[in-house]
Design a protein around this ligand. Sequence first.
Ligand SMILES: Cc1cc2nc3c(=O)[nH]c(=O)nc-3n(C[C@H](O)[C@H](O)[C@H](O)COP(=O)(O)OP(=O)(O)OC[C@H]3O[C@@H](n4cnc5c(N)ncnc54)[C@H](O)[C@@H]3O)c2cc1C
Length: 455
Amino acid sequence: MPLKEQNYWLTTVEFPKADPGPKSGPLPEVVDVAVLGAGFTGLSAARTLAQRGATVAVLEAETIGWGASSRNGGMVLTGMKLGVNQLISMYGRELTQRMYAASLASMDCVEQMVQEEKIDCGFARCGHLEVACKQKHFDDYARQAEVIAREFHHTLRVVQKNDLPGEIGSTIYYGGLVDETSAGCNPARYVAGLARAAMKAGAQIYERARVQTIERDSHHGEPGWKLSTGAPDAPVRGTPRRTRASAALWAHEVFVATSGYTGRATPALQKKIIPIGSFIITTEVLPEKLAHELSPRNRMIYDSKNYLYYYRLTPDRRMLFGGRAAFFPETDQTIRRSAEILRCGMIDVYPQLADAKIDYVWGGTLDFTFDIMPHAGEMNGLYYALGYAGHGVAMATYQGQKIAELMAADRAGGAKPDNPFVGIPFPGAPLGLYNGNPWFLPLAGAWYKFLDWVS
Ligand SMILES: Cc1cc2nc3c(=O)[nH]c(=O)nc-3n(C[C@H](O)[C@H](O)[C@H](O)COP(=O)(O)OP(=O)(O)OC[C@H]3O[C@@H](n4cnc5c(N)ncnc54)[C@H](O)[C@@H]3O)c2cc1C
């Protein structure tokens, strides 16, 4: 099969039919909550809000799951992007403990969602393996495991180099660190299942409904928001555009769940998010014996670099291999270039795959913040959750639910749910030198390559 510039996961899924959207059917005039974005965050929030009796319209600029939620590696991971020592130095022990507990709870949240909604997405607690690219990275694993056991009562297992063959069929690493609680899933099937669950709960989803503007407005004397949708405000990567008539809707509350695709409709948030490209290839289906040799325990695997590779087997035994081959978000050019860069990276890790054909390549956009932390809460009256930095499968599902609970509590005056990511400082660019156009990405890319070289 010739290489397809297409997301492999999309060949394995059927998405539910959403409501027709402003092109062929009108938006509702008034809703309790408008949610921007039909990914893990927005759909998880929509489900919770609708279950609590709110009328909910999910407005999605493209189609259900179009963003990172259908494009990712399907690794349901513990922890956050930053290491625990760094977290403790930034937030202190008590808050870091609550954050770590939330990150463990976020995986339970996905498992519970899959079970409750019977989502057929191959969710399995297969564990993850981090592999050390340098001896000093490996030396740090034992220290990390010790801190995590002491501070968070969570067990990680250090794997010596000699024992690595039981975990991975590669000889280039200095050792590993295993967390048995992490899981894997098919993310496109998972997000399709979340959409079904949100619709079953009563939420309406509108595709091709890009929100252009959000303005404070009152309706029959009640404060709220007027949202206008319409033709796209910028070319969007990867899909043919359709134009549609513009439409408007009024909502009591708005939840912004636009992640790495956050744009001009929410300028204050756009300035806090750095959109960074991540790219994935998958090989042809591999013989059973070879697949077992590459990943005997079917782990979710990533390495210890800043400019890291992450990889896993798909349920049909393809090697899925991803990384930040280009720092800029996905375009035809960055995707094509990434295929070759990732193939070379994969063969460095697994020389056994030198002759394996690459069937698919695609890209997606990550939502980095300036402190590489997830952030959630309320900004200028709009609720939001984003900044997952490549760790969003579990955390996005969890934050969608938690912020929906916060919205319900704010409305009814009840107790607010515990959420350690609400209210932490949310820094913007140093000196304010960023308006949403990430001109500094080549510099950042070079900086991280330099760090990988010296660290
Ligand atoms: C290549 C890649 C690999 C990854 N691998 C992993 C992994 O293995 N494990 C992991 O935990 N995380 C991973 N991630 C991160 C994870 O996929 C994301 O954190 C998560 O999907 C974010 O979900 P979300 O719902 O917040 O955003 P998204 O799924 O990105 O959804 C945002 C949606 O908002 C819509 N939108 C934007 N602007 C508007 C607007 N104005 N009006 C209406 N709609 C709008 C977009 O069209 C989009 O569909 C990966 C990400 C990428 C790109």
